[in-house]
Design a protein around this ligand. Structure first.
Ligand code: SAM
Length: 289
């Protein structure tokens, strides 16, 4: 096995120059150049020789190498074609890595798990391109894939919004959405200085532990309620739900809230996921959908 050195800024510059690689801002290309952070992500992922890991956006392979040292197999999906010859060189000593050229938002992940990762359950690890953080998270958690956990580096502010609890300023529809499907936790704060090129904002690594038993509710109604409630977060829950266009007048919304044991003057930012679930369970009984 070769010396581990993919996170060395000097080596990264050399290899990028050799292939005439230009960073693409629009693809969110900020590569890790700090060995400590790379190793920490590997450790926090609790990755063992039994594990199949899906990596999104390997870049030049810095994190991929760390994952491959610990996992049974790493499948990495990279969108930028110009990185493929670089990855061929940087990761050539690792037979347990498979690189796939593609856009993770278009890839059939279920098929990938079935065909290349023994059906799962798999772990997902990624330093995500910021421009598609939310759609990628949504795809991973909404599609009922055989995923055990997701460890991702994202913008610090977004990480804080995801883990926020009721009553806090950052708590919003993103927190409820992610917490409906997972138990999120912040693992590692990451300063912007550990990337090349350096982004404007700091990051954090978070882990999303996928929940197995989701409440049996109509998710479409649930997320409509959450969206409506937070779209007017300064208003009372009664007013924000009443001003939505789903055809219920204020008196009917009052009944829904009373049925769910929610004070009419409460604000969305103080409601727990269970409260939103109670509201959405009561709504369909009014036969409006
Ligand atoms: N993992 C590397 C690291 O930590 O140094 C690179 C991380 S960089 C923030 C994000 C990577 O994702 C880039 O290599 C970029 O080309 C790739 N990427 C961007 N959009 C993508 C997409 N939709 N599907 C797959 N890869 C994508």
């Amino acid at each position: 096995m070769k010396d581990k050195r993919l996170y060395s800024p000097k080596y990264i510059r050399e290899i990028l120059d050799k292939y005439g690689f230009e960073f693409s801002k629009s693809l969110g290309q900020n590569f890790l150049i700090d060995g400590n952070i790379v190793r920490k992500i590997g450790q926090e992922g609790n990755i063992t020789k039994e594990d199949y890991v899906l990596e999104i956006g390997p870049g030049i392979g810095t994190l991929t190498e760390e994952l491959a040292l610990n996992a049974k197999k790493v499948v990495a999906v990279e969108l930028d074609k110009s990185l493929l010859p670089i990855l061929d060189e940087t990761l050539r000593d690792y037979p347990n890595i498979e690189i796939i050229h593609g856009d993770i938002l278009r890839v059939d992940i279920n098929r990938l798990i079935e065909e290349k990762m023994a059906g799962g359950p798999i772990k997902v690890v990624a330093n995500l391109p910021y421009y598609v953080t939310t759609p990628i998270i949504a795809k991973l958690i909404e599609e009922d894939l055989n995923i055990e956990s997701i460890i991702i580096m994202i913008q610090k502010e977004v990480a804080h919004r995801i883990v926020a609890s009721p009553g806090s300023k950052q708590y919003g529809s993103l927190s409820v959405f992610v917490k409906f499907y997972t138990q999120p936790e912040i693992l590692i704060p990451v300063p912007k200085t550990v990337f090349m090129p350096q982004p404007k904002v700091d990051s954090a690594v978070i882990r999303l532990n996928i929940k197995r038993d989701l409440p049996e509710i109509d998710r479409e109604i649930f997320f409509q309620v959450v969206k409506a409630a937070f779209s007017k977060r300064r208003k009372t829950i009664l007013n924000s739900l009443s001003s939505n266009s789903w055809g219920l007048d204020k008196e009917e919304i009052k009944e829904v809230l009373k049925g769910a044991n929610i004070p009419l003057q409460e604000r969305a930012e103080n409601l727990k996921i269970e409260d939103f679930i109670k509201i959405s369970k009561t709504l369909p009984s009014l036969d409006i959908y």
